[in-house]
Design a protein around this ligand. Structure first.
Ligand SMILES: [Zn+2]
Ligand SMILES: [Zn+2]
Length: 350
């Protein structure tokens, strides 16, 4: 057993406090990581504040983890001491179900073990639930640790572990590339990475954002079109335009307005998850043989593929680096959409 410093919430309405947590002894397949940077994802906030009603305390969020291998178990073959590595949303899965065998561990039939707030044997994480990356160290089985390639800074790589793969996976699944017209709804932590990725894949990218306030950034990241969804004219001008629309917004949107922007056989993919159900006018699906779909993060192998792609194309997240004692304020700013574009905790300040 080893100890690590961490920032934890002990109640939904509390504030983050520095605590000491325990990490398990290294097993043969385990990797001990010195965490350098941890991104702040909106899911961290929902969980830390118990907005999804299933949070276990103390809660140490963080599933956008970038660091350096400090030690490896006797049987580890994929990583070596000193390697730059990352950990995303998952730290385990059954390994034998059909999705796991297809490298889609995020859809594990038994339910993947998430990086934080998953119930586990106390031998896996002392305390009985997983504790995430707002911490100086973490122990993860080697199959859920990915390599961060040379040339990709650990700070700008951290958000790619969740935000990056959440966009990369549907872009690949629905064939983003030259000749494809793609719209990204929302220019936040998820959306801005999606613009960069889709543009690097050779697709024609358009941003659909509430206002035009981030238009210059959007063009800089590779978007050729940028439209305000607060303007009704946008929905008239872009009717039938896109092959693929990725919705990163977790508020309830007028989904029919967006479906009508799809071309023949186009697909609208839900990535941001609103709390309330939504309704759809079936004519908008049947009319142009459109699809409404969803997608959740990506598997470990695809996360590695995404990081390699980002290194090759010089893609990192746009970040605001903060100290560990600034997490509470950062949460408030994320909720107010006041961040360009992802907060990342500098773990050296712990
Ligand atoms: Zn996330
Ligand atoms: Zn499985």
């Amino acid at each position: 057993m080893s100890t690590a410093a961490a920032y934890a919430l002990s109640a939904p309405d509390g504030s983050f406090e520095k605590v000491t947590i325990q990490r398990r002894e290294l097993g043969p397949h385990d990797v001990l990581i010195d965490i350098k940077f941890a991104g702040i994802c909106h899911s961290d906030i929902h969980t830390a504040r118990d907005e999804w009603g299933r949070t276990r305390y103390p809660c140490v969020p963080g599933h956008e983890i970038a660091g350096v291998v400090a030690a490896v178990g006797s049987a580890v073959s994929r990583h070596r001491v000193g390697d730059h590595v990352g950990v995303g949303c998952m730290v385990g899965s059954c390994g034998v179900c059909a999705p796991c065998l297809a490298d889609e561990e995020q859809y594990c039939a038994a339910g993947a073990t998430m990086t934080y707030n998953s119930v586990v044997d106390p031998a896996v994480q002392p305390g009985g639930h997983t504790l995430g990356g707002y911490s100086t160290q973490i122990v993860v089985t080697e199959n859920f640790v990915v390599a961060i390639p040379e040339g990709l800074g650990l700070d700008v790589a951290a958000p790619l572990l969740c935000a990056g793969v959440t966009l990369y996976s549907p872009l690949r699944h629905w064939g983003a590339g030259p000749g494809k017209k793609i719209a990204i709804i929302g220019m936040g932590g998820l959306g801005h990475v999606g613009v960069k990725l889709a543009a690097a894949m050779g697709a024609e990218v358009t941003v659909l954002s509430h206002s035009l306030s981030k238009q210059e950034d959007g063009k800089l990241f590779g978007a050729v079109g940028y439209y305000a969804t607060s303007d009704k004219q946008t929905f008239r001008d872009l009717r039938g335009r896109f092959d693929l629309i990725l919705n990163t917004v977790s508020a309830n949107l007028p989904i029919d307005d967006y479906l009508r922007l799809l071309n023949l056989d186009g697909t609208l993919v839900i990535l941001g998850l609103p709390e309330n159900p939504m309704s759809v006018q079936p004519f908008n699906l049947a009319g142009y043989r459109r699809s409404l779909a969803g997608s959740m993060i990506g598997g470990v192998a695809q996360t590695q593929e995404m990081l390699n792609f980002c290194a090759e194309h010089g893609i990192g997240a746009e970040i605001e680096l903060i100290a560990a004692d600034e997490i509470d304020g950062a949460y408030d700013r994320v909720v107010a959409s006041d961040v360009r574009y992802r907060f990342v905790i500098d773990v050296s300040t712990m």
